[in-house]
Design a protein around this ligand. Structure first.
Ligand SMILES: Cc1ncc(COP(=O)(O)O)c(C=O)c1O
Length: 384
C-alpha cells in the first residue's frame, strides 16, 4: 500500500437537514432557509423595476450558486447568468444554463482549458485585462475548437481588476479582435465599490464617474474601428442607474433575490432603508444554551455564516440581538422582557449572502411553516 495514500473511507453524500413537508420546527440546524413567497416577489420585482428601460438582465449566480434559482431567473427574462469562477460556471451549465459570462479573469492553463471545453456546451464569455492572458485564451479556444466571447474589464472605480479606461482598453480589444477563437464582445465595467455606499447620492456619484470612463473608452474604440457590442456591469445597489444610463446594455445584480442584512442598510431616496426587495434568505438556528436571563447561545457560529459584512440580525424577536460569533456558537443578548427557550428554533438574516450560501449544500425552501422543496447548491465550494 502507498504509505501516503488516504485511508479515509468515503462518506455518503451529505444529507439534507430537512425533508419536504416537514414543519420548520423539525428542520435540523444550522440550515439555510429560503422563504419562497419573498423570493418569488423579489424575482418578479427586478424585471418590473426595469419596465420601459431597454437593458438585458444577466443576474450574478455567485450569490446563489444554485441552478434551480438560475433557471427561475431565466424564466423571468434573464438572458443567462454571470459566474465568478470556471467551476461555478460548470455547475450552472450542468444544471441547464446555456449562456454564462465569467465576469472575472481566468488565469492558468488548467482553468483556461476547462473554460474552453465548456464553450463547446454553452455560450461562454470571459473578462480580460492582460495581453498574455488573451493569447492563452486564444490558443485554448483553438485547441478545443470553441469560440469565446471576450470582454475587456475596465477599472471604473473599484480598483480591483481591470485595465485603466481609454488607450489601454483599445490595445486589449485589438488583440482580442485579431485572436483566433475569440470574439471582442465589449466592456465589463462593474463598479463594486459603489454598491454598498449608503446614500443614493453617493451611489449616483460612483456610477456617474463610471459612465464617464466608459463613454470616453467607447469613443476611442469607435475611432479605432473596434466597436463594443455590449457594456455589462452593475449590482443590486446601483443597477437602476446603469440601466438608465444609455451606456450599459446589460446588468448583473445578484443579491436582490435574497437581500442580506448589509444590503438592508443602504438608504433609499426617502432616507429610509431600501425596500424594493425583501429578506428571503435566513439561517435557522437552535437555542442550545440559556443559563442566564440576559444571554443565550445558538448553534450558528463562524463556520455556519459569514460575518465579513457584519453580524446577522435576529428575525421577528424584538429584544434579542446576535452579539458575538465563535467557531460553533452565536451569542444572543436578551433585553427584558424578551425570552427564548432551550431548543427554540430562531431565524437569522445573514450579514452577507454570497459567502454564507457557499457554506451550505442545500437550500431548504419553505412556504408558511412547511418545507416545500430542497434545492442543491451545486456551485457550493466551487471557487476554483
Ligand atoms: C462582477 C460582479 N457583478 C455583479 C455582482 C453582483 O452584485 P450584488 O450581489 O451586489 O448584486 C458582483 C458582486 O460582487 C460582481 O463581482
Amino acid at each position: 500500500m502507498n504509505p501516503s495514500a488516504s485511508r479515509t473511507p468515503p462518506l455518503p453524500p451529505h444529507p439534507a437537514p430537512a425533508t419536504v413537508g416537514m414543519s420548520l420546527d423539525e428542520v435540523d440546524t444550522p440550515a439555510l432557509l429560503l422563504d419562497l413567497d419573498a423570493f418569488e416577489r423579489n424575482l418578479a420585482r427586478l424585471p418590473a423595476s426595469l419596465r420601459g428601460v431597454s437593458v438585458r438582465v444577466r443576474p450574478h449566480a455567485k450569490s446563489h450558486k444554485c441552478p434551480d434559482i438560475a433557471l427561475r431567473q431565466i424564466e423571468h427574462g434573464a438572458i443567462g447568468v454571470c459566474c465568478q469562477k470556471v467551476s461555478e460556471a460548470e455547475a450552472m451549465v450542468r444544471g441547464g444554463v446555456k449562456d454564462v459570462l465569467v465576469s472575472n479573469q481566468v488565469v492558468g492553463a488548467t482553468k483556461i482549458a476547462r473554460l474552453a471545453a465548456l464553450a463547446k456546451e454553452a455560450k461562454m464569455g470571459v473578462c480580460v485585462d492582460d495581453l498574455g492572458n488573451i493569447a492563452d485564451l486564444s490558443q485554448a479556444a483553438q485547441r478545443a475548437g470553441a469560440k469565446l466571447d471576450v470582454y475587456v474589464e475596465v477599472n471604473v472605480g473599484a480598483n480591483r481588476c481591470g485595465a485603466d479606461p481609454g488607450a489601454p482598453v483599445v490595445a486589449l480589444a485589438r488583440a482580442i479582435a485579431t485572436g483566433p477563437g475569440l470574439t471582442f464582445a465589449g466592456l465589463h465595467a462593474y463598479h463594486g465599490a459603489a454598491q454598498h455606499k449608503r446614500t443614493p447620492a453617493e451611489r449616483k456619484q460612483g456610477i456617474d464617474d463610471a459612465v464617464a470612463k466608459v463613454k470616453q473608452t467607447l469613443a476611442l474604440l469607435e475611432q479605432a474601428g473596434l466597436p463594443a457590442r455590449i457594456v455589462t456591469g452593475a449590482g443590486t445597489g446601483t443597477y437602476p442607474l446603469e440601466a438608465s444610463s444609455n451606456v450599459y446594455h446589460e446588468i448583473q445584480p445578484g443579491s436582490y433575490i435574497f437581500m442580506d442584512a448589509d444590503y438592508g442598510r443602504n438608504l433609499g431616496a426617502d432616507g429610509q432603508p431600501v425596500h424594493e426587495f425583501e429578506h428571503s434568505l435566513f439561517l435557522l438556528a437552535t437555542v442550545m444554551s440559556h443559563t442566564n436571563p440576559q444571554r443565550a447561545a445558538v448553534d450558528v457560529g463562524l463556520k455556519a455564516h459569514s460575518v465579513d459584512s457584519g453580524l446577522p440580525l435576529v428575525h421577528g424577536l424584538p429584544g434579542v440581538t446576535y452579539v458575538r460569533a465563535a467557531d460553533e456558537h452565536g451569542v444572543l443578548a436578551l433585553t427584558a422582557p424578551a425570552t427564548v427557550t432551550l431548543g427554540q428554533k430562531i431565524r437569522l438574516i445573514p450579514g452577507h449572502c454570497d459567502p454564507t450560501v457557499n457554506l451550505y449544500d442545500w437550500m431548504v425552501c419553505y412556504r408558511g411553516h412547511h418545507v416545500e422543496a430542497l434545492w442543491p447548491i451545486t456551485g457550493r465550494g466551487r471557487f476554483y
